[in-house]
Ligand binder design. Structure first.
Ligand code: SAM
Length: 267
């Protein structure tokens, strides 16, 4: 594994924290581990030289590649299942009875390789069943990692990635490919719109959201950055709308969101 000088590590972590919110101050070994391979692949034997070239690259392409390496993208279908039960049993009936124009707005922020967004889409489809006609249930799903987003759009997963799913959902929403992998069916894929978006940037939205699900993303942020993001989420949540966070995360006591149950908040 290649080594970074303290000076270059500080420069990189400062930049990543200021621009992406991710705090890597205590993660020197992780950063060196994740950047060694792309550095070697580009012919660098010195990690400082590689990182310097990343900063010098005016196109920004090399920094995107670094961000792809240093983000943690672990995710799986139906992760933290309490949220999907709550969505089916509480949020969906509320939306169905209160959203008059049948245009529901859901944002999966920090969607990684797509499993969370497709889990939300499956839950919504199962809830509506044949009452879905006329509803626009498109989910906005965003992340900064361009490789994760590519996987999310392709929606092809190996069999061991499907463990959280029932046979019924596997039959209904997936197509088995000749190589044994599974692909999310076209109709479910068309109900999720994946986009690159950095959560540190101003949130631009057409209509406020009925639900924002931002789970296991802010664990890498420091408290002030996380609290500020949650208040920006609040500003674009519809009155009566919900926020999901990861069960290992927290919302500040000073937040304007009201507590509903663990990892679930409401405006
Ligand atoms: C551990 S994954 C969580 C995936 C999914 N939400 C879940 O709970 O299973 C965290 C994701 O947050 C994304 N992320 C981190 N910082 C981000 C930022 N500033 N803007 C957008 N996405 C970010 C990472 O790229 C990564 O895909």
């Amino acid at each position: 594994m290649l080594k970074l000088s303290e000076e270059m590590f500080d420069k990189l972590t400062y930049y990543v924290r200021a621009n992406y919110g991710i705090n890597l101050e205590t993660k020197c070994t992780l950063v060196e581990g994740r950047l060694s391979q792309p550095a070697l692949a580009r012919g660098y034997r010195d990690l400082d030289e590689y990182v310097k070239a990343v900063f010098d690259d005016q196109t920004g392409v090399e920094m995107i590649s670094v961000v792809n390496r240093i983000t943690t993208n672990h995710t799986f279908f139906m992760r933290e299942p309490e949220h999907f039960k709550f969505l089916a049993n509480v949020i969906m009936p509320y939306i169905e009875s209160s959203v008059e124009d049948k245009d529901m707005r859901i944002w999966c922020a920090g969607c990684s390789t797509g499993q969370e967004a497709y889990s939300l889409a499956m839950t919504i489809n199962d809830y509506f069943g044949h009452r879905k006609g006329g509803w626009d249930t498109t989910i906005l799903a965003t992340d900064i990692n361009t490789e994760a987003l590519q996987t999310a759009k392709e929606a092809i997963y190996p069999p061991d990635a499907l463990q959280g799913l029932t046979e019924e959902r596997l039959d209904r929403y997936f197509i088995k490919l000749p190589n044994g992998s599974y692909r999310v069916c076209g109709s479910l894929r068309s109900e999720v719109c994946f986009k690159r978006f950095n959560l540190m940037e101003p949130i631009v939205y057409k209509k406020p959201f009925d639900l924002i699900s931002c789970r296991n993303v802010t664990i890498y942020f420091d408290t002030a950055t996380k609290d500020a993001l949650i208040e920006r989420f609040y500003d674009c949540t519809k009155k009566g709308g919900y926020l999901f966070i990861g069960h290992a995360e927290n919302v500040s006591r000073n937040s304007r969101y009201g507590y509903v149950q663990p990892a679930t908040y409401r405006k």
